[in-house]
Design a protein around this ligand. Structure first.
Ligand code: ZN
Length: 240
């Protein structure tokens, strides 16, 4: 359901969205809906709970979700479904009527945030940014902090269509091209089990937690991530 809401009503990319597990999928849709709906965070707990139950069931044949949790999910599911459908529909209608200036602002804001998240996730010098193509209308990984600052300034300054200059259009195009190239490199690295952050190897590990001399361990920490650095594709702890 979330996939269809994301693709049909929130303009998310189907291939990208369908590759995500539930939690990330919700976070993507939430980002879009948060543009004009402030209460999106109130659904986090229930989505994360469903996500947790699903993952535990998937990795552990003997896992029994608690009845209390399942009842909580059943109770909230209908309410969530009608809320997310109604909110996404309202966003869709509004976005169809966006003026040129609003569309421009939304896009610039969206891509500025994407650039910000890349910086937060990858730090100053990630492996995939080395030897980066340098011709996205002056947008390069190295100058992202300046670009972000400049974009924030332009978002404040452009109040009417007349305020938008050729440079602003180039800034938006540069950011869009930069993010597309970066996402593509990220996917290539991950599909080759190479860490996009440091170039290390991505591996799957299980670490047993708890227990003692005579006691068996109580939990397993499951992680898919880089051997060398803190880059994590997916991790979770489940009881055994
Ligand atoms: Zn790494």
């Amino acid at each position: 359901m979330l996939l269809e809401v994301g693709v049909r009503l929130c303009s998310c990319d189907r291939n990208r969205l369908s590759g995500f597990h539930l939690k990330t999928r919700w976070n993507e849709i939430k980002r879009v809906l948060s543009r004009d709906e402030t209460e999106t965070n109130r659904w986090d707990n229930i989505i994360y709970l469903i996500n947790g139950i699903r993952e535990k069931v998937e990795h552990n044949d003997y896992y029994d979700p608690s009845i209390k949790d399942l009842e909580k999910v059943r109770k909230k599911a209908l309410e969530f479904t009608s809320w997310v459908t109604a909110t996404a529909k309202s966003y869709y209608h509004k976005s169809g009527g966006f003026s040129l200036l609003q569309s421009f602002h939304y896009r610039l804001f969206e891509y500025k945030n994407k650039a910000k998240w890349k910086l937060e996730e990858y730090g100053e010098k990630p492996q995939i940014a080395t030897g980066y193509r340098d011709d996205f209308e002056n947008v390069t990984y190295r100058n992202l902090p300046d670009i972000i600052e400049q974009t924030e300034e332009r978002l404040r300054e452009t109040k009417t269509l007349k305020d938008i200059t050729k440079n602003d259009i180039e800034l938006l195009i540069g950011l869009v091209e930069f993010i597309a190239e970066f996402d593509c490199r990220e996917q290539i690295a991950i599909s080759n089990a190479i860490c996009p952050k440091c170039g290390g190897k991505i591996t799957e590990t299980n670490q047993y937690i708890g227990g003692g001399y005579e006691e068996p361990p109580s939990d397993v920490y499951y992680r898919i991530g880089c051997e060398k650095c803190d880059y994590i594709l997916h991790d979770e702890t489940f009881s055994i």
